[in-house]
Design a protein around this ligand. Structure first.
Ligand code: FPP
Length: 246
């Protein structure tokens, strides 16, 4: 099987999963949060190098207060409960997004754990929290403009390679490019997720809601990805020649 180096997942459908069963929406988030651990384990086992999970978007701040407080509680719990296992498995976990918008209480949990895992060299696990790709890109433009004003860069320095260094995914370096985006729940859209980074990604849209998405479904997505012909804008014969030389 051809294993994608960077997989990004839009964990969608928690609310619908719960509502269809007559439960409050937050029950879907609770069940959905239990799916993260086995997924991370499977990604690690398969040799995926980077896994980015869309946990909370810049638009999700508009959700009802009660739902937000459950989401924060679940995220906090995940960090605290999983720290030991992530450390043992040499997994590096980092948050990408507007971390400065999170409450001091959440930061006091996330920051030290992120710091303690920062030297790990195995699977790169990125949790996108208060993340939006338009915010990512506009922030990058601002940072670059400031570097120009400060005399550290010139406008003509900007390139696709340099742009990467200004995005929230900068620390992933050559792993920033996403190979496979999976979205659950049957919705077929990108929802402001990793627009730059997934420029040449393959997309798989699963009908399953996130709380039903299990490791075997990740494996099925990877099998499907394996069968895709990635041409990066070239012709099939060019890419097959390139493969022969690899
Ligand atoms: C989308 O479902 C999901 C979210 C907005 C939150 C995702 C959060 C989790 C899976 C739990 C916590 C995460 C971690 C990493 C522990 P939705 O509510 O938009 O579903 P709907 O489209 O059916 O309403």
């Amino acid at each position: 099987m051809k294993i994608p180096r960077h997989v990004a997942i839009i964990m969608d459908g928690n609310g619908r999963w719960a509502e269809r069963r007559g439960y409050p929406r937050v029950f879907g988030h609770i069940r959905g949060s239990t799916r993260v651990k086995p997924l991370v384990r499977e990604a690690d086992r398969l040799g995926i190098r980077a896994l980015t999970l869309y946990a909370f978007s810049t638009e999700n701040w508009l959700r009802p207060e009660g739902e937000l407080s459950v989401l924060w509680r679940l995220l906090k719990k995940y960090f605290v409960k999983e720290f030991q296992e992530l450390q043992k498995k040499n997994i590096r976990m980092r948050v990408i997004g507007e971390i400065e918008r999170l409450s001091p209480e959440i930061r006091s949990v996330i920051d030290p754990i992120q710091e303690r895992l920062s030297g790990n060299t195995g699977l790169q696990l990125n949790l996108a929290i208060s993340y939006g790709s338009r915010r990512d890109l506009s922030r990058a433009a601002k940072l670059f403009a400031q570097d120009c004003v400060d005399g550290k860069r010139r406008p003509e320095d900007m390139s696709e390679q340099l742009m990467r260094e200004y995005l929230w995914t900068a620390e992933l370096a050559e792993l920033s490019d996403v190979d496979l985006v999976i979205r659950t729940s049957g919705e077929v859209r990108v929802s402001n997720f990793l627009l730059w980074q997934s420029a040449y990604a393959e997309f798989i849209f699963s009908e399953l809601c996130w709380p039903d998405f299990k490791p075997e479904h990740l494996r099925a997505c990877i099998e499907e990805y394996s069968g895709r012909d990635r041409r990066f804008g070239q012709t099939a014969s060019q890419t097959s020649q390139a493969k022969e030389f690899q």
